[in-house]
Design a binder for this molecule. Sequence first.
Ligand code: ADP
Ligand code: ADP
Ligand code: ZN
Length: 216
Amino acid sequence: MQVIMLGLPGAGKGTQATRIAEAFHVPHISTGDMFRAAIGAGTPLGLEVKGYLDAGRLVPDSLTIQVVKERLGQSDARTGFVLDGFPRTLPQAEALEDLLRELDLPLQYALYIHVPRTVLMARLTGRRLCRNCGATYHIVFQPPKHEGRCDRCGGPLYQRSDDSEEAVKTRLEQYAQTEPLVEFYRKRGILRQIDGERAPEAVYADIESLLTASRS
Ligand code: ADP
Ligand code: ADP
Ligand code: ZN
């Protein structure tokens, strides 16, 4: 199974991708997570991308495409993947198409989680992540059982520096570069729009029935 997640920052891509990956036993490949891990580890890649993430601007295509190319070349991606946060520009979408042709792994769906922009600021500024395992929470919409602690692993929760109101504004502007991908995948017949303005469980139920139906 090969799927990508599309949607505005805060639409719920990561939340849903995590569930898909667990249920369908495919790796959850998030470019944002990979960049944050590189920054945390202080690698050359991390040093190169830090300024972009802090400001809420897109990392240049050439660098991003290289990172994804390496990741999709690893053996666990041979049986499928859920790509979250990539592609985000037309050149990235075209590069992915070429790469998947080479790997003989055709995309089944582009899952477009649709939400009105009005809900995003509250979702993003209330988002918290586990420092250990990366699990996503929300202080109001998805609170952990114990404040500040991850339900899964007990790790400490933190707030992303780019979930500040200022960086969120920039990220929403940068989305103009991603918007054309909806048409790109619609033309290829694989776009599936999901109503993301419901409880995460309801959103996932739609995705699950779509993915299960396509398998049988
Ligand atoms: P969100 O959860 O808001 O959708 P991500 O975690 O996917 O955010 O991405 C965080 C940041 O990482 C982006 O603002 C951008 O700086 C960088 N980034 C992630 N994916 C890409 C990409 N495909 N192309 C360029 N930059 C990216
Ligand atoms: P994205 O990866 O698209 O940026 P996330 O999955 O990280 O989005 O979700 C952004 C924030 O909104 C997180 O704090 C998450 O817990 C919360 N969230 C995700 N899905 C929903 C939903 N359906 N309803 C309310 N809050 C949600
Ligand atoms: Zn955790």
